[in-house]
Write a protein that binds this ligand. Sequence first.
Ligand code: DCP
Ligand code: MG
Length: 374
Amino acid sequence: MSTQDLSETDDANVRLPMTRQRKIIHVDMDAFYAAVEQRDNPDLRDKPVAVGGASQRGVVATASYEARKFGIHSAMPSVTAQRKCPELIFVKPRFDVYREVSRQIRGILAQYTDVIEPVSLDEAYLDVTENKRTIPVATRIAEEIRANIRVETGLTASAGVSYNKFLAKLASDHRKPDGLFVITPKMGPAFVETLPIDKFHGVGPATSTKMKRLEIATGADLKAQSLAFLQAHFGKIGAYYYWIARGIDNRPVCPDRIRKSLGTETTFFTDLTELSAMHNALQPILDKLWHCCAASGIRGRTVTQKVKFADFQIITRSRSVSLVVASRDELEWISLDLLRSVMPAPKGVRLLGVALSNLRLRPAAQAGQMILEL
Ligand code: DCP
Ligand code: MG
């Protein structure tokens, strides 16, 4: 889900392979939202279920494994999903319940180490090289974690064990659902070589297309390229590609990480064309975002206004202030000004979003308890 952490790949980090062997586990819940819904409603069990909006304009957040057999996946328009599987059952998301389960899972993980990096509600990396239970075999820890999650939440998790984050994530995907897979140092390089390029975490659809144009279709193709070539074509991230093609990834598991941006967005029932209508539509978005800032003590220096048009084209406009955006009024003013800069809208507007980045904690919040999870 997250490509955010790739931006943490600074050059020094990827250039100097570390000598000490680490033990990393990646835990990822199976069909998370859908599995929670199936757990809480027996009528949904063993059935194709999609969590998301059933409306004309809704999208699928996730689908049960029964639904995936029909080709249904996250981010698919609900109408397409319904067409692919007429008996598909749509369920509205219950984020409070997912957050609660996520907290339970974090509790289980914390019994083994404090070096936990949550990636999303259902996914986290753990560095168990040193662990609270002094269990020497990471695979045993992963097995225990999966068993505890099953007992305490009634849900299944998949886990990957390896010597770095990149491979641990690949490993957790490898035996999904309800699976465990280990990639040992001996297996790592060969495992990466056989991998199709779009399976690489951090290679999105655009990069994948670009790589294929450069005749890079697999890990082995990627490995055949020089560092200079990859940097020339992909910039800073080129070094990351160079090393992961060799199974090397020295990004640390970062506990306590504060997210890099805080944002919210809304898809409208009908496309908007007038600035005044967009201004109105922005109000609940700004309320929600500012509420998050107020509740967490997080402030941001950069405001990004996102606009998605009826044809799904997305544009973003950003502006930074010198210190931090200090009030909801200031946030509204900047956001509206950014929106004005793309007016008149060339086509109907389907979605608006506002995000804050360059985040920092308000001094008062810093002095008190650090709020790390939103
Ligand atoms: N999610 C979402 N929109 C997306 C992707 C995911 O709302 N485009 C939500 C719903 C998922 C949850 O995040 O349940 C976790 O995402 P995962 O990518 O881990 O997907 P799942 O847990 O649903 O399935 P998997 O078994 O493949 O991990
Ligand atoms: Mg998952």
